[in-house]
Design a protein around this ligand. Structure first.
Ligand SMILES: [Fe+2]
Length: 186
C-alpha cells in the first residue's frame, strides 16, 4: 500500500469533521484512517516512545489546528503504567502502534450534582493491539493501563486538544472527580 503521511491524515480528518455533525459518525469514519496511519509508520520517530516518568506516559503532539481542534498525538505508555478513569469531553479515536493497552470502561451512576463527587461502575474491558482502533464519545469514561512487558505506543486523535476541553480524571475507589491536565512533549 502507498505510504500515508500525517499531512494526508490531517487533510482527511478535516474533511470528515467538516462533513459530519455527529461525533459517533466522525469517529467511525476516522477509525480506519487512524489504523492505516498507525500501521504505516513511515512518519514514526523514535522520540515518540519517550515517557514522562512522573506522569507514567508521554504525549507527543503531531498536529492541532490554531483553535486547538483536531489534535493528533502519539502516546507512549510505560510497561505497568497507565492513567486512571477519565473522560475526554470531545470525540476520540485511538489506534494501536506497538505493544498492548488494556482499557477499562465505566458508567457514571451519580447525577453530577455534587461538585467533586463521581460514582463510577465498571462496565467492560478490552485490550488494544496494533492493527486495531477504537472510538470514544465525549462523555465516555475509561482507564488505560499498559499490561504488557514493553512500552506501548498508540495514535490518538481528538476533536479538540485534551488540555482545552475541561475534562476530568476520576478516582474510582475514593469516588472523586478532578480537572485533568496532561504534560505534553513538544
Ligand atoms: Fe482516554
Amino acid at each position: 500500500m502507498e505510504s500515508y503521511t500525517i499531512a494526508q491524515y490531517v487533510a482527511d480528518i478535516r474533511a470528515i469533521a467538516s462533513e459530519e455533525t455527529e461525533d459517533a459518525k466522525i469517529g467511525e469514519r476516522i477509525k480506519p484512517l487512524s489504523a492505516r496511519l498507525a500501521a504505516d509508520k513511515s512518519w514514526f520517530k523514535d522520540k515518540y516512545r519517550k515517557i514522562d516518568e512522573e506522569q507514567g506516559f508521554g504525549l507527543h503532539l503531531l498536529h492541532e489546528e490554531d483553535n486547538h481542534d483536531l489534535a493528533v498525538f502519539v502516546i507512549a505508555w510505560g510497561a505497568g503504567r497507565g492513567v486512571s478513569a477519565h473522560n475526554h469531553k470531545t470525540w476520540a479515536v485511538v489506534a494501536g502502534i506497538e505493544g498492548q493497552e488494556h482499557e477499562t470502561n465505566y458508567e457514571r451512576l451519580d447525577d453530577h450534582s455534587e461538585q467533586g463527587f463521581a460514582d463510577l461502575k465498571k462496565t467492560h474491558a478490552k485490550t488494544l493491539y496494533p492493527g486495531t482502533a477504537v472510538c470514544c464519545l465525549p462523555e465516555d469514561i475509561h482507564a488505560v493501563f499498559n499490561d504488557g512487558q514493553e512500552t506501548a505506543v498508540s495514535l490518538h486523535t481528538y476533536g479538540h486538544h485534551l488540555n482545552h476541553t475541561g475534562r476530568s480524571i476520576f478516582d474510582v475507589e475514593a469516588k472523586t472527580e478532578k480537572k485533568m491536565v496532561v504534560k505534553i512533549h513538544e
